[in-house]
Write a protein that binds this ligand. Sequence first.
Ligand SMILES: NC(=O)c1ccc[n+]([C@@H]2O[C@H](COP(=O)([O-])OP(=O)(O)OC[C@H]3O[C@@H](n4cnc5c(N)ncnc54)[C@H](OP(=O)(O)O)[C@@H]3O)[C@@H](O)[C@H]2O)c1
Length: 305
Amino acid sequence: MSSSPPIALLGTGLLGSAIGQRLLQRGLGLRVWNRHPERLQPLVALGAEACATAAEAVQPCRWVIAVLADGPACREVLLSAENLRWQGQRVVQMGTIAPETSRELAVALQRQGAAYLEAPVLGSRPEALTGTLQIMVAGDEQLFQEALPLLLALGPNPEWFGAIGSALDTKLALNQLIASLTHAFSLSLQLVQAAGVNVEQFMAVLRGSALHAPTFEKKLPRLLADDYRHPNFPTAHLRKDLLLFLASARQHGLDTMGLRCLADLLERARDTPLDQLDYSALHRLTGPVPPPADPAPPAAAPRSG
Ligand SMILES: NC(=O)c1ccc[n+]([C@@H]2O[C@H](COP(=O)([O-])OP(=O)(O)OC[C@H]3O[C@@H](n4cnc5c(N)ncnc54)[C@H](OP(=O)(O)O)[C@@H]3O)[C@@H](O)[C@H]2O)c1
């Protein structure tokens, strides 16, 4: 058991559980809470203390890490969890949410008695488990300095970006690239395959060019095998982040026309099994479009008597 004061972890989904595992491996004590408590079990097996409520997890801690799905979940848990009374805790919010929501959380939490940093990350479960996340931080710089020992357990070089919102805008800019690059690669691969071109020959030219991106290599086996199981980052989160990017870009007056069609494409995954699969499952949306169904035959003219 660790002798340092425990850290509260709110949200033990795909990313939160990997962050928790890393912190435990680094010898830090952890009090964990998740809306569905069964998701706490892997961390409890590694030594974390399960808490029945967010308030119970947070109460004796100085540092609180939140890894929740989206803005509404952050509001629900951080601002209105039952019996939650902030008493000077420092909240490090690591989920990808709207910069605007992050600013709102910072103000509301300060009023309620907690300090707040936004700290979205680039990287996924493997990077969290090995402490190699790229952590972008925004908020009070002194608070960032205070948080550094904790952040360094998760990433080698946490970067401070400035005022609240700036780290999240950076994160959204990066995730727009994830969506756009994956879509661009998927569509090119579809054409190559539909035209009967040898994929290895296509890849050899691509690899020898300035167009090549490591993410193409990472996703190629999934796309060729049409296997998107065991996601680290599901399609639903990619769509969420693309929509957040579009909203932020619009607020800055950018012309987002080119990207809106990709968001429409990803809407087709909503409420389908694709949403829970690896985001490269968007490859299933770029394939040949089925021909339109035959128009219904014209209704027979009524016989005249
Ligand atoms: N996965 C990645 O590789 C990755 C990488 C970078 C950033 N992120 C970001 O990190 C955040 C978490 O991602 P994730 O992959 O861990 O997502 P996830 O597996 O879907 O987990 C989401 C977490 O949020 C909780 N939650 C959702 N709605 C809630 C609500 N209304 N009230 C309370 N808790 C709620 C879930 O609780 P339940 O378990 O009870 O549903 C779960 O703990 C997201 O913003 C995501 O975009 C993820």
